[in-house]
Design a protein around this ligand. Structure first.
Ligand code: ZN
Length: 243
């Protein structure tokens, strides 16, 4: 089975469409959350995601905030401004869809899915060795897929040597999976590794491989939408630079 794994779309519809086109035919789609927040097109993104067949979708922290499950005060001013805008423009049925998304980690075959981490699915960032080490004890499947950091990356635990390594694998490299690993497909709508191209991954369940991918999209068009919506200029600048 060929699975599209993506995360952190952040109301960037143009980027989402580029990813869906680039990924091609897949058997399932696993979305690790944060459909909204930051970007200009929350309704178009939620509607597109809802219609994807064989979809598994997690709740992200921005999705939790916009549906009233988390206080806006926990977000900085610029992030909060986008959430206030999204709360205002999201349709009732799109809000209802976001409310159905699970906030706890979910097991799909050999993989545990979480937005942030298996230990703390909504909030924790797995960015470094200490946070990865703690989280390897919080899932029992061979692999765990997370988003939230917006950085395409992988953490590998060598159980014999009790050692963890972090890698940012090259796009299009086919990585053979072995127990235990934590993998992050990166962000569709707001990459933060200085590469502004949309990030996602293809997981092959039979071959047990993970292929991180990047695809360019029309960034200028999205920047225009951000400015037209009156959202913070910072959100337009950062998608052009990848931070
Ligand atoms: Zn996010």
């Amino acid at each position: 089975m060929r699975v599209l794994v993506m995360s952190d779309i952040h109301a960037n519809y143009t980027a989402l469409m580029a990813v869906l086109k680039d990924a091609g035919q897949v058997d399932e789609t696993w979305c690790l959350g944060d459909l909204v927040g930051y970007g200009p097109d929350p309704n178009a993104v939620v509607e597109e995601i809802r219609d994807i067949p064989n979809l598994t979708c997690m709740l992200g922290n921005h999705d939790a905030a916009v549906t009233g499950k988390m206080a806006f005060e926990t977000y900085n001013g610029d992030a909060r401004r986008a959430l206030i805008y999204h709360e205002k423009v999201l349709t009732a049925s799109n809000m209802d869809f976001l409310r159905t998304l699970p906030s706890t980690a979910k097991v799909c075959g050999d993989v545990t899915l979480a937005h942030g981490s298996p230990r703390e699915p909504l909030w924790e960032y797995i960015l470094n060795l200490p946070s990865a080490r703690i989280n390897f004890d919080h899932f029992t499947t061979p692999w765990c897929f997370v988003g939230h950091t917006h950085i395409q990356s992988m953490f590998v635990l060598d159980e014999k040597k009790d050692r963890i390594t972090i890698e940012q694998p090259k796009p299009d490299s086919v990585i053979k999976l072995h127990p235990k690993m934590i993998l992050n497909p990166g962000s569709v709508g707001q990459p933060r590794d200085r590469d502004p191209r949309s990030a996602y991954a293809i997981y092959d369940t039979e071959e047990q491989t993970w292929t991180p991918r990047r695809v360019m999209y029309n960034i200028a068009e999205v920047q225009k939408h951000i400015r037209e919506a009156g959202l913070p200029e910072k959100h337009a600048v950062r998608i052009g630079e990848g931070w």
